[in-house]
Design a protein around this ligand. Structure first.
Ligand code: KG4
Ligand code: ZN
Length: 334
C-alpha cells in the first residue's frame, strides 16, 4: 500500500510517498520561510500563492524520488485541518484532482494526528496506546492516543502555543522568523541562566498550558534592561526563556504521566526539535520510568511523510472520502 501524501496547511509545500504507514519512499518539501520572514510571520495570502506555484513540481519530484508512476500509487492523502484555509485548499483541490482522475481513494488527514504519526515512521514498532505531547507552531496539547485513529485530548493551551512564544520572543530579540531553532542554538552557549521568569499557574485543569505570561515577563525584562541602559546579551534572554518553557513542559508531562499511569510518551511538532526539551524529557523518562519516543529532526517540522503515514491507518480504519465534498477547516481541538 503506497500512499501519496500532500501537506500545505501553513508555509511548507510538501509531498511524500510512504509505504504501509512506516516506510518513507520519498519526501520533498519546499519551505516558504524566506517569503514570510520579512513580515515577521506567515502572511496567509502569500502562503496560498506560493503553494499554487510549487505544488505540481513538488508532487512530481516526490514521485520521481520514489521511482514511481502516478498509476502505481494506491491512495491520495491530504491535510484538511487545522491550518490556513487558503493554504489547505490548494492541497485539497490538488489531491481531489488526482484522486478523481486516477480513480484512487482520497483520504483526509488531520495535521496534528499526522505530527503524532511522524513517530510511526521513526519507531517501526511503536503502537498505541500512549500519551502524545504535541508542541508545534500552532499547538500545545497532551493527548491520549488510544488507537491509531482514536484520540482524547487531556491538555491544551489557554492562550499562545509554545512555538508562537518562541517566535514572538525571537522577534523581540531581532531574530528572523521562525526563531525557535535560533533560540535553541543561542542557548547552547550559555553556561549560567541569568534571568528567572515566573511559571504560569493554570486554574481548573493543572495539565493545561499557558505561555502568554512567560512571554510578557521576558518582554518586560527586556524593556527594563534597555531603559536602564544595561548591556543586553540576547543569549541570556534566549536561554532563560527556553529554560522556563522547558520546565513548564516537563512539569505538565510529569503530571500527565503520573495521572494517566502511562508508560509511553510520544513527542511531536516543530518544537520537539528543541535540544533542551529533548534532553530534559530524556532525563524525566529515566526518573519516572517511561519510554520516550522522539521523531528524527527532519520529521519534527511540517512534512508530507507524516500525512501519508497517518493516512495509512485512516485507510485501514475505513476513513475514506465517499465523494468530493472534502473542505478545509481552520480550527480543530481534540
Ligand atoms: O510543527 P511546525 O513545523 O508547524 C506547525 O504545525 O505549527 O512547527 C513550527 C514551530 C515554529 O514555531 C518554530 O519556531 C518551532 O517550531 N521550532 C523550534 C525549533 N525548531 C522549530 N522551536 C524550538 N526549538 C527548535 N529547535
Ligand atoms: Zn505542524
Amino acid at each position: 500500500m503506497k500512499i501519496l501524501g500532500i501537506e500545505t496547511s501553513c508555509d511548507e509545500t510538501s509531498a511524500a510517498v510512504v509505504e504501509k504507514g512506516r516506510n518513507v519512499l520519498s519526501c520533498v518539501t519546499a519551505s516558504q520561510i524566506k517569503k514570510h520572514s520579512e513580515f515577521g510571520g506567515v502572511v496567509p495570502e502569500i502562503a496560498s500563492r506560493e503553494h499554487i506555484k510549487k505544488i505540481t513540481e513538488i508532487v512530481k519530484s516526490s514521485l520521481e524520488n520514489a521511482n514511481l508512476k502516478l498509476k502505481e500509487i494506491n491512495a491520495i492523502a491530504v491535510t484538511n485541518t487545522p491550518g490556513l484555509v487558503g493554504s489547505l485548499l490548494v492541497g485539497i483541490n490538488f489531491a481531489k484532482g488526482l484522486s478523481f482522475s486516477l480513480k484512487k481513494p482520497l483520504i483526509a488527514v488531520n495535521h496534528l494526528k499526522a505530527h503524532i504519526a511522524a513517530n510511526y515512521i521513526c519507531h517501526k514498532n511503536l503502537k498505541p496506546p500512549f500519551l502524545a505531547l504535541i508542541i508545534s507552531g500552532g499547538h500545545s496539547n497532551i493527548v491520549e492516543v488510544k488507537n491509531f485513529c482514536e484520540f482524547k485530548g487531556i491538555s491544551k493551551t489557554m492562550d499562545d502555543s509554545i512555538g508562537e512564544a518562541f517566535d514572538k520572543i525571537g522577534r523581540a530579540l531581532n531574530l528572523p522568523y521562525p526563531a525557535g531553532a535560533k533560540i535553541d542554538e543561542l542557548s547552547k552557549n550559555v553556561k549560567e541562566i541569568k534571568y528567572s521568569f515566573p511559571k504560569p499557574k493554570v486554574r481548573k485543569n493543572p495539565l493545561n498550558f499557558s505561555f502568554s505570561g512567560v512571554k510578557t515577563a521576558v518582554l518586560n525584562k527586556l524593556k527594563e534592561e534597555k531603559e536602564k541602559n544595561n548591556a543586553i546579551k540576547i543569549e541570556d534572554f534566549a536561554a532563560s526563556f527556553q529554560k522556563t518553557v522547558c520546565d513548564v513542559v516537563c512539569e505538565k508531562v510529569s503530571t500527565a504521566i503520573k495521572f494517566k499511569k502511562s508508560k509511553k510518551l510520544v513527542v511531536c511538532g516543530g518544537v520537539s526539535a528543541n535540544s533542551k526539551i529533548r534532553e530534559e524529557l530524556k532525563k524525566l523518562s529515566q526518573t519516572l520510568n517511561f519510554e520516550l519516543f522522539l521523531p528524527e529532526l527532519k520529521f519534527c517540522t511540517d512534512n508530507a511523510a507524516m500525512v501519508a503515514s497517518q493516512a495509512f491507518f485512516e485507510f485501514e480504519d475505513g476513513n475514506i472520502q465517499q465523494n468530493f465534498n472534502l473542505n478545509a477547516k481552520s480550527c480543530f481541538s481534540f
